[in-house]
Write a new protein. Structure first.
Length: 318
């Protein structure tokens, strides 16, 4: 049986995909009891509950789709025994703010989950397009290929293809970073910079991502950052009108404060929280990341977005 934790648009779409592709019973944890009652109606194989312990104890595969900013507070009371022997698939694209760590690293170091039980589901996957049946490619990343193939079997269809990668941490970090840089792209577009400049900016962003991933993973792996598993989500998130992080950046670029921009959006912009974690980790790991640093100064130190972009524009391709 399968558990899905979370009730946002991507969690909802994952439940729909699993209901369509899998014959297994699905236990869906949502926070709001009223929403749980509404979702339960008419689905024999779907059990919706606000009791996380009840959901977890029933299932072998656990899909975590809770925004990273709220994951620790949501799961901190979970008894570790409920996770023993379970496969945990993270669909979260962000860092845990309190720990400045990815989800799989948190699960491995704090909950003693063996890495062979961990998997990451990533890739460009705007729920708005997936729900319409638009062709989508996802990356299933795990050091355990058997687990990854099992997860792939739950999703592969005519409109959804999956690709395997054994670089779980690299894929996961890239997914968190792309949200940070989508905010940067949104600010740039809002300030009137066109595709020409944003294209150059993305080339520099890819280099920053490579330096950060190498330092964070410390695995001495050679990565081709132009590979689909690292690049595609970055491009989609920076250019798509569906991107909540790009939209957040556009609002900041128009002059709204980060707090105002957050209140204007119904969904969580993961990149806002990830930006702070990246700054902490960048300093700790001593990584040169001028673009991410500029965004941090805009979002957390009140610097002018226009001035920061002018500084960036002068120093690109250096």
């Amino acid at each position: 049986m399968i558990a899905v934790l979370g009730s946002g648009s991507w969690a909802t779409e994952i439940v729909h995909l699993l209901m369509h592709q899998s014959s297994q019973r699905i236990f869906w944890w949502v926070r709001d009891p009223e929403k749980a009652n509404g979702l339960q109606e008419g689905h024999r194989r779907l059990k919706v509950s606000c009791d996380m312990a009840q959901v977890l104890e029933q299932c072998d595969d656990i899909f975590v789709v809770i925004p990273s900013a709220f994951l620790l507070s949501t799961t901190e009371r979970i008894d570790n025994s409920l996770l023993e022997g379970k496969n945990i698939i993270s669909c979260v694209k962000g860092f845990i703010p309190q720990e400045c760590a990815t989800v799989t690293r948190l699960l491995h170091e704090h909950y003693a989950i063996d890495s062979t039980r961990l998997c990451v589901l990533s890739g460009p996957s705007h729920a708005e397009e997936v729900s319409r049946g638009c062709l989508t490619y996802l990356t299933v990343a795990s050091p355990n290929q058997t687990l990854a193939e099992h997860v792939r079997s739950l999703f592969d269809s005519e409109v959804l293809n999956t690709v395997y990668s054994d670089d779980m941490e690299g894929v996961e970090v890239a997914a968190a970073l792309k949200n940070v840089y989508a905010i940067v792209a949104g600010i740039g577009f809002s300030l009137g910079y066109g595709d020409n400049l944003i294209g150059v900016l993305l080339a520099d962003i890819l280099q920053e991502m490579a330096r950060f991933i190498e330092a964070y993973t410390d695995d001495h792996r050679t990565r081709d950052m132009s590979n689909y598993v690292y690049l595609s989500d970055l491009l989609a998130t920076c250019y798509s009108q569906h991107s909540r992080n790009r939209t957040f950046g556009e609002l900041v670029g128009r002059g709204y404060s980060p707090k105002e921009a957050r209140l204007m959006q119904k969904m969580v912009a993961e990149g806002y929280y990830a930006c702070q974690s990246v700054e902490v980790l960048r300093q700790r790991l001593q990584v040169d990341m001028p673009i991410a640093q500029s965004l941090y100064r805009i979002l957390y130190q009140g610097n002018s977005a226009r001035r920061e972009f002018q500084r960036l524009a002068r120093n690109l391709v250096s």
